[in-house]
Each structure stands twice: as structure tokens, then as C-alpha cells.
Design a protein around this ligand. Sequence first.
Ligand code: FNR
Length: 368
Amino acid sequence: MPKTAPHRTTGTAAPLKLEDFEPAARAVLPQDIYDYIAGGAEDEATLWDNRAAFARYRFRFKVLASADRPDLGSEVFGQRFTMPVHLAPAAIQRMAHQDGEAAAYRAASDAGVAYCLSTLSSVSIEDLAAAATGARWFQLYLHPERAVSAAYIERAVDAGFSAILLTVDLPKTGRRERDIRNAFSLPDGVAYANLESRRRTATAEGPDPFAQNVNAHTSAALGWADLEWLLARTSLPVIVKGVVRADDARRAVEAGARGLVVSNHGGRQLDYAIASLDALPGVVEAVGGTVPVLLDGGVRRGTDVLKALCLGASGVLIGRPYLYALAVGGADGVRGMLELLREEIALSMSLLGAGRLSELSQDLLTRI
Ligand code: FNR
């Protein structure tokens, strides 16, 4: 008899780490929905490199640092959070779980982190606001008709959202070949809840119906004048999501952006775009501490969060892992995912010799 228990696959065992949620979700989701979440654009080079970039760094850890009970508390956009991790905007989450965005938001709220609702959500702005009381941010895709965008902003303000994240890396939807192969389109019973009903179910024909559908609701001509329009339209802090260049970062902040998200949309837009972590130091240096810089793309470990913070990020957003956790266990799944990440961050801070987030600096990292 072998002394150890037989090896169990991560698909059935309780998740021990964020990446365990993926096979578990794959087992419960229809293939085309799994592919929509998991996939990236074209060769998926950026999707892969977002992860690989984290593996290019190693820690030069401190010892005898008495970092027994690290403080993960962080502040961003004037709000306090229990850790520097928030949930990224992602479209139509009712295709992962019947409660969709409302369940993910409840989990974020319970965990003391922010939830960012996508413009293309399957739970409306108002219904989300009624689901929990924690920090909620609204992600804006500029609509081709400004009146539609203006209405979104007004509704978000009325519903108590505290920041607007303007996504700027999607003038058009990237070429996601998994979706093309699957002829993926909005699943039955799931609709864009923020759109007027006449626009909601507009089905598109052609080789890539989902992308055409998204393109109908996003502005292909997105430009700096749109950012200026948005800044003039709202007193909520506007955060620009999808920046990888120093010059763009500087210009957005000069225009009045109150924060940036270094992001390539999780490798779903321009393929061979620079990995988020590789873009981070240039953006941080360009804005010189004037506004918070968040990062998303490939964050899967507590050590990933610490690496991003060492390189100057004020926090990170998580995308796919919480969608998988939502598919597997609804709000409980997402709560569990956030707690796993919290435990990893706390343990790694102790081992790194950092008692608080402000002690994280580039000096603790080396690039290999
Ligand atoms: C996204 N993302 C996204 N971003 C955005 O600004 N608005 C949106 O509606 C969506 N929708 C969306 C759907 C799905 C299924 C995914 C996976 C992603 C991008 C998202 O906010 C974030 O930038 C990435 O997901 C971060 O990368 P990781 O954590 O998924 O690697």
C-alpha cells in the first residue's frame, strides 16, 4: 500500500490557489463560454506573457524584520480597503452564474475590496447597487452616441458608484479566434442589462457575432476629446484603464485623470501588446506618484500582487480567476478566492520582511 494518498486532480479537490478555479470552472461551463472567458486575441501571445512577466522577477527578501502580522490595508481614490486587490470589470457575468455580477459584488463587498461593474454587464447599474454596500466603480465603454454614455454616467452617479474607469484599449473588439471558431454569441437568457431594451438583444450575423455585437456598443473613433468630454461631464474620479505607454499616461493625467490602470485587457485586444507588468515601471515613472496606478493582467498569486506593488502599483485588479470562482461557487466561490489570495499576500509579506504595503519597493526585487 502506498503511504501517501493518491494524487487528486485540481478539478475536483478544493482549490488551494487561484489557478485551481480554472479547471473546476471548465468542468461546469459550456465549452464556448469557457473559451470566451479564458481566451485571448490571435496567437494569445500577450495572454501568455502577462503570466510569464511575473516569473521574470525574484525577491531579495529581508530577514529579522519582525513582519509577523503584516498590515494589508490600502487606500486608493480616497477609499480604504482591506487589501490592494479589486475585481476587474468583465462583461455579462450571468453566463458564469445565474446571479452574475450581483454575487461577485457581494463577495467583494464582504471582503472589503472594490467591485468594478462593466458597461456590458448582465445585472443593471441599479440592481447591482441594491446587492451590497461596498465600494463600487463603474467601467465605461464610450458608446458611439454620446447621449447613451451620458445616461450611463448619470445612472452610475445616482446609484452611488464612486469612480468611473474609462476603458481605452477597445476601440474595436480584438480578434479572439476561439470565439470565431465557436460562433460565440450572447447565451440565451443573458442580456446587456444597462442598455435600453430595443438595443439589448440586437443579434449580429457574420463570422464573429459576439465581437460585432460589442462593436455596436463601443466607439471606434475613441480619442482624447472623449476623455476631455467625460472629465467635463462628471465630478467622480475618472480612471483611465488600458494604458501601457509613458506618454499616454502623462497626457491622461495632465487632462485630469485621477488614476490609471496599466492593462492590455487580459491579452484580449492587441496581441503582442507588452505584458502589463513590463509596462508598469514606465507608467509609474511617467506620473511620478501624482495619481494611483493600478495593474491588471495575469495576477494569480499573492507574490504577483507584491511584485506589482514593489514596482510602484497602488493595487491590482483580478479578472478571470474570479469569473471561474463565480462559475464554480457563486458569491461563496469568489469569497473563497479572495481569502486564498489574502492569505498568500499575508504569508509572502511575512517571508519578504514587509510589515506594511508602504514598505514594498523595487529594492526587494530583481529581474532575471
Ligand atoms: C474582460 N475585461 C473587460 N474589461 C473592461 O474594461 N470591460 C469589460 O467589459 C471587460 N470584459 C471582460 C470579459 C472577460 C471574460 C474577461 C476575461 C476580461 C478585461 C478585464 O477587465 C481585465 O483587464 C483582465 O481580465 C485582466 O486580466 P486577467 O486577470 O484576466 O489575466
